[in-house]
Design a protein around this ligand. Sequence first.
Ligand code: TPP
Ligand code: SF4
Length: 285
Amino acid sequence: MAHALVAEKHPLDDLIRTDRMPHIWCPGCGIGIVMRCYAQAILESGIPVEQHVIVSGIGCAARTPGYMNLDSYHTTHGRPIPFATGLKLVKPELMVTVFSGDGDLAAIGGNHLIHAARRNVDIKVICINNFNYGMTGGQVGPTTPLGAKTTTTPYGNPENPFNFPYLLAAAGAVFVSRWTTIHARQVKEDILYTFHKPGFTFIEVLAPCPVGFGKSNNIDEGVEEMWLYRRRCVLAGRVPDETPWEALQVDLREERPIVVGRFVDEERPVYRPVRLEDKPSEHRG
Ligand SMILES: Cc1ncc(C[n+]2csc(CCOP(=O)(O)OP(=O)(O)O)c2C)c(N)n1
Ligand code: SF4
């Protein structure tokens, strides 16, 4: 019988709150691809599902915890990193992943991002960079490329955006990579890798937002932005040895390359708070 060929249950079903479907994301949105990579990495991690925790701020990407069948925290705008930091310090046995958007992490939450990297807090950050504030109507944000249009920069963005890999490397992250939604395999592999890498790790995933960023820049469909990635992405040599950091700036004007790859993979002592009971008694106030 034909229906016997159809699996009744997908292997990832247990990790997804299927009762919450349909989701809120627009057709062609890239966020779901990254959520799938995260779910697959959890499945392959060998770390019990009960130990995985997902934390987000506010935005379209930040809706992801609501669809994951995990301990999920949808916090306030820009605050997933301090929330995740507290969680990890109190319960170090948890695998704490922050899953949020570029605006949430680098605009309102920008200071938390760099200071957690500087401290090397043992949390895993996955940042969906769609170059704009998708949820609130496609406004300019700190990663909008120079010259790109948004609803608040109709004549083109006059500001330089953050170069995420460069920023995070300078701030002290022990692992930094960038991929796009056409690199689903690499995204999954890097999430899996960072689960086993102590310290502050950061994965940037460039993702289409056809309804926000695409509409303002004549990129009508999500798949069209995926073709743009396919045309322009080049794999980096290890920076700064072979690729200058400046080359990692995303610039969508003309046919400039978008550099993807792993940029940092280092060891550094992980942040541990000094507890009162750890101090020798003569140093207690
Ligand atoms: C304190 C506060 N300021 C502003 C907002 C409005 N707001 C909601 S989501 C958002 C931006 C989200 O952008 P991004 O993180 O890039 O996520 P995306 O929606 O693109 O996935 C803003 C400004 C808010 N919810 N709270
Ligand atoms: S507005 Fe953009 S980011 Fe938000 S769901 Fe739609 S396509 Fe995705």
